[in-house]
Structure formats: C-alpha cells, structure tokens
Design a protein around this ligand. Sequence first.
Ligand code: AHR
Length: 343
Amino acid sequence: MKKKLVGVLLSVSMVVASLAGCGSAAPQAAENAKTETRVADEPTAKADSAASEKLVVGFAQIGQESGWRDAETMSIQTYAEEHADTVELKFADAQQKQENQIKAIKSFIEQDVDVIGLAPVVETGWDQVFAEAQDAGIPIILLDRTADVDESLYATFIGSDFIEEGKEAAKQMAELIGGKGKIVELEGTVGASAATDRKTGFDQEIAASYPDIEIVASQTGDFTRAQGKEVMESFLKSNPDIVGVYAHNDDMALGAIEAIKEAGLKPGEDIVTVSVDGVKGIFEAMVAGEANCTVECNPLLGPLFFETAAKLKAGESVEKWVKSVDGVFTQDVAADVIDSRAY
Ligand code: AHR
C-alpha cells in the first residue's frame, strides 16, 4: 500500500505536468524528472550507490508555490547535475502537502539514502518520521524552514532568520510611511515557520517601536501570487484608507500590486509595499515604481546543502544552524542591482 501511494505521489506524469507550469525553472526541473521518479523505486538504490560510493541524498521539497521556491529547487537540482559523478539526488515534489513529504521521507528511509533533506511545509507533525530516520541512522537536514521538534531529531538547519526578516520589514515599512498609518499584512502558509516567524518579527517590531502604525487586517495568502491578489482585493474593499501592505513573500506582493492597480490606485505611491525574498519580479516592480522594498532571503542553498550532507556522511560535526546572510533592497537601488540578481 505504501509503495503504491509513493508511486502515485511521484509518478512521472504528475512531476512533469506540475513542473511544466513553473516559469523559468520548468525546463531545468523537467530535465530532472527522471531523477525525481527514482524515489518510487524499489529499495535497491543504496546497493547501487554503495558500489559507486556516491553521496545519495533524498530531498523532500514543498512544491512550487513561488518564484523563490523554484529558485531553490533549481539550485539543488543544478548542483546535483553538475556533480553527478559524486552525488545522486532523489527529489520529491510534495505539492504543498505534509502527508506527501512524510511519504517521501519514508521512501528515502526504505532506500537507505545517506542523508535526507526537507523544507517542512509546516512546523509541526514531524516527530514520528524524524525518529524513524534517526532509528535508521539517516541524518536530516532542515533546509530553509524549521520544524518544531526536539533538536536531537535533526542534524542541522540551513536558512535565514525569519524573525529578523520580519523586524527589518517593519523598520522599512515605518520609514516608507513616515511612522504612521493603517497597513495590512499578507501572511504565508498557515503553520509554516516562514509565515509564523515573519509575522512575529514584524508585529512585535511595530508594537514595540511604532505606536502610530496600525495593522488593520492580516490574513494568509499561502505564499502564492493568486491568493495574494485575492486577499488584497478584499482588504481594499474593507479598508479603503490603507497606506501600506506587508507581504510575507514577493509573490503575494506582486499579486497585491495587481489588485491595487485594478482598484484604480497606484502601487508604490498610494499604497507602498514591503515584502520578503528578493525575486526578479519584485525588482522589476521596483524599477517600474510599483513596489518599494524587499528583504532578501537567499534560496540558492543547493551547494551548501550538499556540502553539509557530505560532512554528515563523513561523520563530521556541523553547526546546528547555518544562517544565511541576506540584504535589504529598496526602490532607489533596484535599477542598479537588477541585472546582478541570480534569481
Ligand atoms: O520558506 C521560504 C519561503 O517559502 C519563501 O519566502 C517563500 O516565497 C516560499 O514559498
């Protein structure tokens, strides 16, 4: 039964079909469809890899909800392709579902991979499957998002400080609106560390330092452009006097910009935007004067992920949190840096 479910999760047609719609990452990702389907294989991969001494890594990705996510997937798959002589990647696209990520992890355990990587779609609900990996002697790397489990259950977390991102976003928002006014907040996926912490950091900073800024509405847009637009449309109807929107990622900000324009207002002027990620699309919007600030969150984690996995396989110790170093970009610098953006 388990094998059948995993097979359904990672069937070639599903992976190729789902990747076909993911913008610039699609050709690269589709190239890797063969690699992805290996997750559904019988557990013979370890024997093959032992013979070749390759580092065998299973990675359970969340899905394709944003340009940021596509860039992270691209970074992981490109590294694996470029190091195919020493590395084997088993890649699972969980299509936004925790149950699919858990099935993928169980399949990686069955295949006895060397290391498991996971970007947890939500923070809770991982204890049991992480314990299974630990019992099998397979270390887990949390990539880009954290999980609410005992630290002993994973080897390391590689990623950004989301609370700091939220605080920085609050400072930028305050600067843009002169420390006062009504604003709205577009939250990421409910239960995801990236959403919970970006909200905590932003809301705390506003409450602590900017008494004249009021967050009049806050709702999830699930990190997608479409839902960011939809939620912003309803925000605009019930809050006609807002001066700013804080979005937990750039994709939702881009959706909000569409909604603001359709409401006959000028994004970037009538309503300012502050978001997180630093994807190309938000730089284009800033150059066009329609977005105001992005707090960077680096998705190009592939090389560090595999280097860390190699250390774990070799029995070396790794830091519990390998923190990304991120920047902040405002509208006035966007034109100068847009060509140097790698994602
Ligand atoms: O976990 C990182 C977040 O997930 C990114 O900010 C967002 O775009 C993505 O979906």
